[in-house]
Design a protein around this ligand. Sequence first.
Ligand code: SF4
Length: 761
Amino acid sequence: MRDINIVGPTDFTDIKIEEPQDYAAGLPAVKIALGHAMKEMGIAKSIATLSKLNQKGGFDCPGCAWPDPTHRSSLGEFCENGVKAIAEEATNKRVTPEFFKKYSITEMSNWTDFQIGKSGRITAPMILRPGSHHYEPIEWSEAFQVIADELKQLDDPNQGVFYTSGRSSNEAAFLYGLFIRAFGTNNMPDCSNMCHESSGAGLFETIGIGKGSVTLDDFQDAEVVMVIGQNPGTNHPRMLSALEKLKAKGGKVITVNPLEEAALVRFKNPQEPKGIIANGTAITDLFLQVRINQDVALLKLLLKKLADLDVERGGVFDHKFIEEKTQGFEEVLAELDQYSENELLELTGLSAEKVDECVELLANNKRIIICWAMGLTQHKNGVDNIKACVNLLLAKGSIGIKGGGTCPVRGHSNVQGDRTVGITHHVSKKLNESFERVFDFQPPAEEGLDVVHSIKAMHEGDAKVFVALGGNFLSAASDTIYTGEALMNCNLTVSISTKLNRTHLVPGKTSLILPTLGRSEADKTNGKERFVTVENSMGRVHQSQGRLQPASDNLMSEPEIVANMAEAYFGDESKIQWLELGINYDLTREKISQVFNGFDNYSERAKKAGFDLPNHTRTGDFSKLPGGKAKFSVTPLPAHDLDKDEFLLMTIRTHDQFNTTIYGLDDRYRGIFNERRVVMINADEAKELELKKSDVVNLTSTYDRQVRRAENFLVIPYNIPKGNLACYFPEANVLIPHDQFADKSNTPISKSVKVRIEKVS
Ligand code: SF4
């Protein structure tokens, strides 16, 4: 075994703490964004890059999946974090073969994720041979042959695991899924397994589609938007513009979260003069600081109180809608009788007045949107959290109307599109038949492995080859040490990447890094430019056309890499013209349109304004569901059985990161600078425990008597409910057991981990 530091260093970086901010964006956001752009790209390239970001005919932001408005501002349709994301990709720094010669993987594994990420763009395909500590260059053709040989040596195709990150285009993801199925497995874990899988599962069961029902325009028509378990200011910043417009039209925003996040207090829109020179817009009308994972208790309490009001004064619920379009309402009401209002209220940690205020807003309005993100999905009862939201919307008749519906806000730019075009470990008979019809082979009928089960299979030696289309699997997954051991147990790990990340440094016996084009880079074949397509969080498919000079002449596009992998594996044995599909994206899109509904005339429509995929919930059509109706669900309260000295910990992101990419060391809105190893604890509780600001603690989690430890965290007394803690992701991922995940969706419980605090000094 190589000597690798799987989790990286645990040293401190000289913390500075200030008061949390009470607004987001404004002039500081512009300055900081431009600072990142200049530092990574210089002036000329920054101007060239930002003028194309999220513009028609330009490239899609590789950050989150928030949709672009129809009319784009020439001032720029991006946020601070979009600029940081693109600056990371378009950086002038390079990771060359000489770089790998200089630094061993052991040495680099002792760098922080921030340092690793800042190394720059990888310029050539690299291989780490068995026993070696240095990656060395390899020709593309040899790299593909290494993969093909290793895959051929497997006893069973199910010994291969093929991960997809949410950055990959529809074209790359479709070809990848096609190759994996043709290879003979459904082992297609993807990043969605770790984030919105609970949303997909909950929504599919209740309203028949695993996606949200609203469009961006619905935000202008809504009367009330509930934002639950989501921090848009950092993770989906341009959602704030939509909320700002809603507020201008008199709409109300209810925020439900254990932390009060600056962006939901006040937003200073940098594209508006009043956002620069004046006070901006107060976003939240009502903040409910709910305890971690007590959302079901809150949603039950709201429904119970609304039901009483409905009896008392009538007109609160939409009985016609309930009668005609739904099933299971009576069971849900009957189950609510089991609980007293006080009991539910106590669980939430909220005041009765605040809850009543919320009830009034919901009772008096019908056009209600509920938005959510990981704060709802990454719990053992993540799927029930979603169903509880749906219950509320169905009772109000708020789904299938203008200005109302479900809005799971996706975190990675094409995570939804990858799913749409076939990246899933689940088996659908209908989908298999479509692939068979179009490509004349029988896809495997056996359910594949998702993320948590892939990790277990690799750890136990049941999976031996790991291929990742993008992403930083090690840092994204739970139980970092176990996951690292799983990767190192593989015979071969392959990463199709733009930049260096920790997963490359925790390799299988042989490891390949295949460098690919970034979203922003011109993608040409025979001198002709190509474009790819992506789907945003609201089901709209559109083109993304890279414009910049690629980081190296030795990069391949993702579809070409996948196609070459398939060609090397199948040779003449396959009827599929892999190389042609990898080169000709129009042909790939045509094949997508033959397999999936809603993609007719794909290339043409994508090139123009883009198009919306079919979504029956938008017209309130639930006829495809069993019984032909949307489904209310009984959602039990979560049980944590905390010991007296245990807390519930949620992992969160700083404002200087996007998923596993660390742009900087500050979390400006929360007033925490130059440090990531921190634990936020209720200020009164810290006093009771005699913990002071910057005291050093270790955190432990104990599940099935196995103790996991995260060392060296600095205490920050903070405005967070008692009994709750917050730490940054991925530093705290070591505490999350690989076998603790949500029922039905298998999403790791990253937002409700039972932990203890041990004081060090
Ligand atoms: S809101 Fe999301 S997609 Fe839009 S610019 Fe910001 S990070 Fe990129």
